[in-house]
Each structure stands twice: as C-alpha cells, then as structure tokens.
Ligand binder design. Structure first.
Ligand code: ADP
Ligand code: MG
Length: 576
C-alpha cells in the first residue's frame, strides 16, 4: 500500500479500544450488553477476545475483580450507562476495598447534555460518582487518547496497592474515526505496571531485631500476601524462622492449612498471647478486632494489643492505622520477604518450645473436638455434617477453587475446610459482601480451567442466583452447593402478628436445584451426607454445571453468624 493510501485508511474508537486491550495482553471482557457497548462486544469477540456476558452488571464486575486477583492482571468489566454503571459500581468499590485490580469501563451519554443536565438517555455524571469509590477514575473524550486512558487505568489498577479503576467512555467516542497510522502511534503498551518496591534496609533490620526479641512471635498472612505470588519466599521465611502463623481467610492454603506451624486451630490463644505480631499483607481492620481489646489480650475493648506490631505492606499509610506499628516494612511482599529472609542469617534461634508447645496443645484439643463434631452424621444435616463433605472433597481435589459466601455457611466453612494451595479460596473478603458467589465462580472457572465448588448460604446465593444461566451458557465446571436452611441465618423466624412472612424467613423447602435444571444443567436435592457426597463427586468428575440443594436443619444457624456482636441489639445488651 502506498504511504498516501495508508494515511487515508481509517479506524474508529471501537477498534482502538480493542487494539489497546490486546496490546496489553487483556484477552477477556466481562460484560452486559446494551447501548452503547453492544457492537463493541460483538467486534471484540470477532477480533478474538473472550467476551463473557452476564445477567446483571454487579456479577460481571465481581467476575472481573476475581479475574484480577487470580491473575495479577486487571480484570475488565464493560457496562452500559447510568443504571448499568451503577450496578457495576458495587463490584468496583468492593474490588478497591479488597485491593483487587479491576477496571470498570462504562459507556456514558453526551458530555454537553449531561453537564447542562438537559435530560439525555441514561444521563448521569458517572465520572464524578465513581471517583470517591475507586482508586482512580478517568474519562477519554478523543479517540487518539484511548491508548493513554487505558495505560493510566492499567497502571492505576496494578501499581502499589492494587484496586479498582473507572474508565468513562462516552458513546460518541466509539464512533470517532481517525487514521490508522495516527491510531497505531497513539497506543501504549504498559511497561512494568507493578514495579518491584524494595524495602529500606533499616526497616528490614528494625523488623528482624524486634522479631528476634520476641518470646511469643506470630505471623499473620493476609490476602495481600496471597496476591503477591511470593509463595516460595513466604514459605521459606515461615519455615526458617519457625514462627507460628495465622492465615486470614483468603490466605488459607498459601501454606497448607495442615502445616505444623499453622495456628488456625488455636486462633484466640495466639492472638491473645503473642508479644510480637508480624502482619504480612493483612490489615488490622475489623476482621482482626482493630488490634484492640480482649481478642488481643488487652484488658478493655479500646485498649491496644499487648503485642508489638511489625507490618509488611505495600501501602506506606497502612501502618499505625489502628494501633501503633513498631516496625513498618514498606515494599512489595516478594521483595520484603526476600530481604527478611536474607537478614535472618544463620544466628536465628527458633521460638521457645514453651510457646510452640502451648499452641500445639490448644490445636490438638480443638482439632479433636472438631473431628468429633464432623463425624456426627446428623439428620437433617447440620452445617458441620454438610461441610465434612466439602472438607473431604477439597482434600482430594486441592486444585479446585472454593468460593464461599453466607453468614454461618461462611464462618463454619472457613474454619472447617482446610486449603492446600495458594489462591484457591475466594470469599466475601474485607466487607463481608454477599453476592460474589456466581461472579467469582465464573471467573475462577475460566481463569483456572479447574473445577469450582461454590458453597453458598441460601440467602447469599439469591444475590447472584440468576447467573446459573451464565454458568450453563458457557458450560462451566461450576458446582454450586446451596446450604438451604430456609432463611437468612436460619429458617425459624416468626412474625409475632402472624401476617406477612418474618424478615429472615424464606419459602420453605425451596427447590433451588430446579434453577440449574431450567437451563440444561444438573440439579440435585441432597438431604443426607451420602447424597451430598455423590452429587458433588459427580459434578467434579463430569465438569457439568451443577446445583446441589443441600438441605440443612433450619434451626442450625446463629443470628449474624460469628459477628453477632456487631448487631446493634447485641451491643445494647453489652456494656460499652
Ligand atoms: P486480609 O483481609 O486477608 O487481612 P487485607 O485485604 O486486609 O487482607 O490486606 C491486604 C493488604 O495487602 C493491604 O494492606 C495491601 O496494601 C497489601 N498488599 C496487596 N498487595 C501487596 C503486595 N504485592 N505487596 C505488599 N502488600 C500488598
Ligand atoms: Mg440460610
């Protein structure tokens, strides 16, 4: 082609967005079509991208977030304007809260009309609304800026503390045309979007000195440590120091939960007793009682932990967020733990046998009790009876991904089901959000190619249940196990006036399995341990979309699961 002809050849915003994504190695889009992105999605598919469409944008967004966590590359979600955008926003905010890299791209209406509030189709100032709910938000007005817009979004999502990014693409942008030559030059392939960040040597030394001074040291591994993919370095550190560790829920499996140094089964004991605690990619938020109170061996609820804190984190403003941090180590976890490993040197002495022995004693006692509880073949099934099946299943298939949401279903599953490999457990995370179930499952199946077992309370499942159609449409190896106890928390709530149903009660004996059957998948009702085991075995072996309606005793749950103390009425009964 002559230079002249080349200069005349044109492309458009649609194709430029696709080219920019592909140039940056992004091959999957989670979405829900509609104006103005329907054609875009068709074109992306025609250009070889994987386009996975959902029934509700929130679930597409959760899928993108899980994709980001599982791959370390930003997950991409496309939605339509205003209502679609708002539906996706919960997922974007949740991803940001959990430090998962994702990019929510929404089409939007014409700036001129939005800004004068003249009432356009789906009018909304999306950029302004998204900004406080995510790590960064950008808008692209000209096709030649698409490359820069996406590059900024990728860098923002991945660098430092990962998070959610909003990218606003007004409808008009997609149709803008420009010369192929100019377009090509405008694209950016992002180099090193998550650069290593080395810790300061003096920070490493300070941390090691403090750890050496401890008589009851403890390491807490969080999902930031799992995200960092420094599995070998972390294992080396734990094993070389001999320090007991606690995995936060999504860090389970970073080292196998059956590791002799794992202190999960003695959680309350180690938190209350430890004198130095090293947090690795975990925050001292509500999930760790803010580092205060009885949990931490302090006398009163507001009193800070007795333990002195070492914090390994990529965010320089995380230390001191709740209690004083004696030794902050700021950098990426891979670099920090490698530096700590080098600094341990040969003069390290392992923790006192008095400490590790006391932990082992607690663990033994609690594990024996748990084994007894799990052995009970209760009918109707209790949470533990049903979870004993999941526990066996995961032990046999450690490569499978476990998705978990609910209240009691979450609490019991987290403490009952051991994980053996890193990044195999996806759950409600930092917010304790409900509704991640099907979105996370779809992404987990696509990204890993492994079986996914989604253990969901009946209430939690309801938030994303319609996506069983999505699971069938893409024929994904997802086995959804609905823990059906006829309600939120439990199925026994009664309206004292005898009029409409009580707030937490559902239709009794609901046939959730028929929802999967409706779309050609397998649906099984399982009322006993044997039936449950057979159904999940079959699902994992066949890889067919399956929903198992696991019938749980409706009396079995506790109100608010293990966070009853956060209920205002419980707080009222308790002195502040
Ligand atoms: P958990 O809920 O498991 O305790 P959190 O989400 O509270 O985990 O904490 C994760 C922490 O990990 C955040 O403070 C975040 O800044 C940090 N983090 C995430 N990725 C990295 C990384 N690559 N290196 C270091 N720290 C990281
Ligand atoms: Mg329930």
């Amino acid at each position: 082609m002559s230079t002249e002809a080349q200069a005349l050849e044109t492309t458009d915003g649609f194709h430029l967005v696709i080219d920019a994504l592909k140039l940056n190695g992004i091959d999957t889009i989670y979405a829900l079509p509609g104006i103005p992105i329907t054609d875009f999605l068709r074109m992306a598919q025609a250009e070889g991208m994987k386009v996975i469409c959902f029934r509700h944008e929130q679930n597409a967004g959760h899928a993108a977030a899980a994709h980001g966590y599982l791959t370390g590359r930003p997950g991409i979600c496309f939605t339509v304007s205003a209502p679609g955008f708002l539906n996706g926003l919960t997922a974007l905010a949740n991803a940001t809260t959990n430090c998962f890299p994702m990019i929510l791209v929404s089409g939007s209406s014409e700036r001129e009309i939005v800004d004068l509030q003249q009432g356009d189709y789906e009018e909304m100032d999306q950029l302004a609304i998204a900004r406080p709910l995510c790590k960064a938000a950008y808008r692209v007005l000209h096709a030649e800026d698409i490359g820069v817009g996406l590059a900024r979004a990728i860098r923002s999502a991945l660098s430092g503390r990962p998070g959610g990014v909003y990218l606003d693409l007004p409808a008009k942008l997609f149709a803008q045309s420009l010369s192929t030559e100019v377009a090509r030059k405008s694209l950016i392939e992002v180099v090193d979007p998550a650069p290593r960040q080395l810790p300061a040597p003096e920070a490493v030394e300070r941390a090691i000195d403090l750890l050496k001074s401890a008589s009851k040291p403890l390491v807490i591994l969080g999902k930031g440590a799992a995200y960092a993919r420094a599995d070998a370095e972390i294992r080396q550190f734990i094993e070389a120091t001999g320090v007991p560790y606690l995995p936060m829920s999504m860090a389970k499996g970073l080292l196998p939960d059956t590791h002799p140094q794992c202190a999960s089964a003695a959680r309350s004991f180690v938190l209350a007793e430890a004198d130095v605690v090293m947090l690795v990619g975990a925050r001292l938020n509500w999930l760790l009682s803010h580092g205060k109170g009885k949990t931490w061996g302090a006398g009163s609820p507001k009193e800070p932990a007795r333990a002195r804190i070492i914090q390994v984190d990529i965010s320089p403003i995380e230390p001191d967020s709740n209690v004083a941090t004696a030794a902050p180590v700021i950098g990426d976890i891979g670099s920090c733990i490698s530096a700590l490993n080098r600094a341990i040197g040969s003069g390290w002495s392992r923790p006192d046998a008095a400490w590790t022995g006391a932990i082992a004693e607690r663990k033994d006692k609690n594990l024996t009790r748990m084994t007894e509880t799990l052995a009970k073949d209760s009918s109707p099934m209790t949470f533990q009876t049903a979870l004993s099946v999941i526990r066996d299943m995961v032990r046999e298939r450690p490569d499978a991904i476990l998705v978990n949401e609910g209240a009691n279903t979450l609490d019991f599953c987290r403490s009952t089901v051991d994980m053996f490999e890193p990044r195999k457990r996806l759950d409600v995370g930092t917010w304790g959000i409900m509704g991640i179930g099907m979105g996370y499952s779809v992404a987990a199946a696509l990204v890993s190619g492994k079986p996914v077992i989604a253990v969901c309370g009946d209430s939690a499942f309801g938030f994303s249940g319609m996506e069983v159609e999505t699971i069938c449409r893409y024929d994904l190896p997802v086995c959804v196990v609905v823990f059906n106890n006829n309600g939120v928390y439990r199925g026994t709530d009664v309206n004292p006036r005898g009029t409409e149903a009580a707030p937490t009660a559902f239709v009794k004996d609901a046939r959730y399995e028929m929802m999967m059957q409706a779309f050609g998948g397998v649906g099984v009702r399982a009322a006993t341990r044997t039936e449950l085991r057979a159904a999940i075995d079959e699902a994992v072996a066949s890889g067919r979309p399956t929903l198992v309606n696991a019938i749980i005793d409706e009396n079995a749950g506790t109100e608010s699961g293990r966070i009853t103390s956060l209920n205002p009425s419980a707080a009222k009964k308790k002195p502040a």
